[in-house]
Write a protein that binds this ligand. Structure first.
Ligand SMILES: Nc1ncnc2c1ncn2[C@@H]1O[C@H](COP(=O)(O)OP(=O)(O)OP(=O)(O)O)[C@@H](O)[C@H]1O
Ligand SMILES: [Mg+2]
Length: 448
């Protein structure tokens, strides 16, 4: 049998901890519990977990902050949040900052178990993708899906800048794909085989900030019992991706500037400067110019990291990419399903096209993953969508419909081409009946 996977439940209600531990522990799933943010943090530091389930409200912390912290520290786990009944704002926020899903209290055990199981499947998929990417025989990189003019421009900029040594600043709303782009750039660079260090600046520990970044010498402050290396040393000769650079505390911004300009840094408590050779990538969803304005970001540093900016457009501004993205995600999720390839009704696609996606591609991915759970016989219907998405779809205007038809038509044409014009196979791949396909093709002929 495969090794069991590990789940950590963080909640301050002892009854919930007991219940989940008791009911959800099986030979293939180990469930540990922690009754505070602090305890949870410690356990995560000691043991490798796959899925964390955390209450959003803890006596010593906020589940949303924990979520951001854990996702930064342990990028290959998924986090599920428990929210109070009817607290939809929290739930939405949770999804937006990267929760896999949420469950509301009081909950059904079945639902919790299903969500955990799904989250674990996702963890496996991600790990598989990652090891696949890292195996050298393939040149495959995490795919930046999309065919819109906007995304083509992003790809153009990436291809140009990747092989150079220039620092790159990736900007764009949360969930637009800044991480994806950073990975692709690194993999296309001449440093692809060198260390790739990723640090989310929001998770830098305040007390150890300078030490974490630059390292320290033994005895340089209380608690510094050993010499320690920092991020700069680890990234030397390779690439350092500083995510959420807008969160970097002002006090170390000057030192970072020095690394960028002089390629030197100093460990805490050390006199001599050291040389480093690092290619930098930065990302932020903040407007850094405004941060500079407000005195929260070093002006000189801003100019230094803003040499080559790749703005990544929001999903709302390139809705024509939605069908491709849907195809991509369903294709990836389908193998985990019993029904073969997943499909969706036209109405669902319509809703997806009309919605504005404030959480961008991450939100789209999450919506699709959740809808799979509710799909019947491999078909996703409106019932599987969150209500606000369907409602939004119904109040939408006519231009969406027009765009949708255009996109659908192109999609069908591509599928037909792929199957050398074989309508039967195309219809099957599209998940529609042969008659429906004929009807659509006739309609297109009439309107052209
Ligand atoms: N063009 C794309 N093609 C395929 N998947 C994408 C694309 N863009 C984003 N994704 C997926 O969407 C999710 C969010 O993307 P990512 O983490 O890169 O966003 P981000 O801009 O870094 O967000 P944040 O600001 O919250 O860190 C990821 O699962 C990623 O794989
Ligand atoms: Mg990111």
């Amino acid at each position: 049998m495969a090794n069991p996977y590990r789940v950590l439940v963080i909640d301050d209600e002892e009854s919930i901890l007991k219940l989940l531990h008791h009911e959800l522990s099986t030979p293939k799933r180990i469930v540990d519990t922690a009754d505070s943010a602090k305890a949870g943090r410690e356990m995560l530091g000691r043991t490798r977990y796959d899925v964390v389930v955390s209450d959003i409200r803890l006596p010593d912390g906020n589940g949303l902050d924990l979520l951001v912290e854990f996702r930064g520290l342990y990028p290959d786990i998924e986090v599920v949040l428990i929210t109070g009944h009817g607290n939809i704002d929290n739930a939405v926020e949770a999804m937006r900052v990267g929760a896999y899903d949420y469950v509301t209290k009081p909950f059904h055990l079945d639902r919790v178990e299903l969500v955990i199981e799904r989250a674990y499947q996702r963890v496996c998929l991600e790990r598989e993708n990652r090891s696949f990417r890292h195996s050298k025989q393939t040149v495959s990189h995490p795919k930046l899906v999309g065919n819109s003019a906007a995304i083509k421009h992003v790809r153009y900029l990436m291809d140009r800048v990747a092989p150079t040594e220039v620092a790159v600043l990736l900007t764009g709303e949360s969930g637009v794909g800044k991480d994806v782009v950073a990975h692709v750039i690194q993999e296309q660079s001449s440093r692809a085989e060198k260390p790739f260090i990723i640090k989310n600046c929001a998770t830098l520990q305040k007390e150890l900030l300078r030490s974490e970044m630059f390292g320290h010498m033994r005895g340089s402050f209380t608690g510094a019992t050993d010499n320690r290396e920092g991020l700069m040393t680890f990234a030397d000769t390779g690439t350092l991706f500083l995510d959420e650079i807008g969160e970097l505390p002002l006090e170390v911004q000057g030192s970072l500037l020095r690394v960028l300009e002089a390629k030197t840094y100093r460990r805490v408590g050390e006199k001599n400067e050291r040389q480093v050779d690092i290619r930098f990538l930065f990302a932020t969803s903040r407007n850094l110019a405004e941060e500079v304005e407000a005195g929260r970001f070093n002006d000189a540093l801003f100019h230094r990291i803003n040499v080559f900016n790749i703005p990544i457009p929001s999903l709302a501004s390139r809705k024509e990419d939605i069908p491709l993205l849907v195809e991509h995600f369903l294709g990836r999720m389908s193998p985990a399903m019993r029904h073969g390839r997943l499909t969706m009704t036209d109405k669902v696609m319509q809703c997806l096209m009309r919605y504005d996606w404030p959480g961008n591609i991450r939100e789209l991915r999450n919506v699709l993953e959740r809808s799979i759970i509710l799909a019947e016989g491999g078909v996703i219907t409106e019932q599987a969508l969150p209500r606000e998405l369907v409602e939004h779809g119904e109040s939408g205007g006519g231009s969406g419909t027009f765009l949708l038809e255009k996109v659908e038509r192109e999609h069908i044409q591509r599928t037909l081409n792929f199957f050398d014009g074989n309508r039967q196979r195309a219809a099957k791949a599209l998940g529609i009946g042969r008659k429906t396909l004929y009807r659509k093709l006739e309609k297109y002929e009439e309107s052209s």
